[in-house]
Design a protein around this ligand. Structure first.
Ligand code: ADP
Length: 422
């Protein structure tokens, strides 16, 4: 088993990884920027190293600084968490080349699945249904217009390197199509350094359903069921639950098989999530694969009783999958709400401030994954998500009721900067 890990991340996910690492007897090494010197992940880890100034480019996205910290601390493995460098194939490769065990899939699987166009082509080759669209090589406006006419409206323009909803545009009429292409290209180029686009038929009243997969180094792949992440704003998840309230047992089984096929098609190793979209008729289509631990992984943990981070460590250490597919069982219902430091009266703009007072309730069948503490500054440098509030119940309505109670008994004061309310 790995005996030490550097966590190349911050916030709640760094704390989450530390919790399991400690339970497994793995020494934990945190890294921090100047803005995070007093953050919970720094105090919770066995040791912590500064990697640079507050700006992400100089710290949590600075792979050289992170690798130097790994060398200095004598870490054996590097866990990237989610976000930051977790889906950066060059970072995964650099970790391996420097002799560290990267807790994630190979850099080539990350690269393949990091490109929506290449990922869809790989899924199609594995006989997995994809949203009808255009994944052609030509990026000319005329090729897109021709494809759009065939696909029909409304459609979605997506950046192949995209994520976080950036570079995405809904097109409802052909007159606005070229302008939407231009603005998607420039947003994508700015955000991802690539202006390559694909088109997809816009699925009306869709549900976002994703399957958690795990694969070991021996070539076995299993799935841990689905998460329904259909409650979104600006095409980004805010509430996630498992199981999905809409799937039939047949569709669930077919999606599980499809997800395993996608993972196998890219020789996947470790934890991954295969995202699908379903239409009201019950058809499902592959969207993309996330090659890392997801924000919403706790709902899977609560219904399966499996510690996903522990599985990540075991698989990265070369152990086989702890359970065969037939031995994976699901019980009850789990639901998660993400909590953000935002001002609801100012278009949900991220807020900064100092946590003045907090009260986090302890309730049965509930869990709060967070990285906040009294007197902690919530800085403008990072994602405004403060943590995740998760509840389990025997069925969906009791899980929801439990989550409502958990949220209503929670008090966090200080992060709204009243002066900035417009
Ligand atoms: P990103 O990687 O930028 O987050 P995704 O491709 O994962 O983008 O899509 C994000 C969300 O956008 C999905 O969860 C879904 O709600 C919506 N979406 C994506 N593709 C489609 C589509 N073809 N039709 C309708 N909605 C879609």
């Amino acid at each position: 088993m790995i005996n030490s890990v550097l966590i190349a991340n911050r916030g709640e996910i760094a704390c989450r990884i530390i919790r399991t690492a400690r339970a497994l007897g793995i020494r934990t090494i945190a890294v921090y920027s100047d803005a995070d010197q007093h953050s919970p992940h720094v105090t919770q880890a066995d040791c912590a190293l500064r990697i640079g100034p507050a700006a992400v480019q100089d710290s949590y996205l600075n792979s050289d600084a992170i690798l130097r910290a790994a060398q200095t601390s004598g870490a054996e493995a590097i866990h990237p968490g989610y976000g930051f460098l977790s889906e950066n194939s060059a970072f995964a490769q650099a970790c391996t080349q420097a002799g560290f065990c990267f807790i994630g899939p190979s850099h080539s699987a990350i690269e393949l699945m990091g490109n929506k166009r290449a990922a869809k082509l790989a899924a199609q080759a594995a006989q997995v249904p994809c949203v009808p669209g255009y994944e052609g090589e030509s990026q000319s406006n005329s090729a897109f217009i021709k494809a759009a006419t065939q696909i029909g409206l409304p459609l979605l323009i997506k950046a192949t390197a995209g994520g976080g909803g950036r570079g995405m545009r809904i097109v409802r009429s052909l007159e606005t199509f070229e302008a939407a292409l231009d603005s998607a290209r420039s947003e994508a180029l700015n955000a991802f350094g690539s202006d390559e686009l694909i088109l997809e038929k816009y699925i009306k009243s869709p549900r976002h359903i994703e399957i958690q997969v795990f694969a070991d180094q021996q070539g076995k792949t299993v799935h841990l069921g689905e998460r329904d992440c259909s409650i979104q704003r600006r095409h980004q998840k805010v509430i996630e639950e498992s199981p999905s309230p809409t799937l039939t047992p047949e569709t669930r089984a077919a999606m599980g098989q499809a997800a395993v096929a996608v993972a196998a098609a890219c020789n996947y190793v470790g934890a991954g999530t295969v995202e699908f979209i379903t239409d009201p008729q019950g058809h499902f289509y592959f969207l993309e694969m996330n090659t890392r631990l997801q924000v919403e992984h706790p709902v899977t943990e609560l219904v399966t009783g499996i510690d996903l981070v522990a599985w990540q460590f075991k698989i990265a250490s070369g152990e086989p999958l702890p359970l065969a597919q037939e031995a994976i069982r699901w019980q009850g219902h789990a639901i998660e709400a993400r909590l953000y430091a935002e001002e609801s009266r100012a278009q949900f703009l991220p807020q900064t401030g100092t946590i003045e007072r907090m009260l986090l309730p302890t309730l049965p069948n509930c869990r709060i994954d967070h990285a906040i503490a009294p007197s902690l500054a919530v800085s403008p440098y990072y994602d405004p998500m403060l943590g995740k509030w998760i509840a389990w119940g025997q069925d969906r309505s009791s899980a929801i009721q439990q989550l409502i109670q958990l949220l209503s008994e929670t008090r966090i004061e200080g992060v709204t900067d009243r002066k900035s309310v417009v």
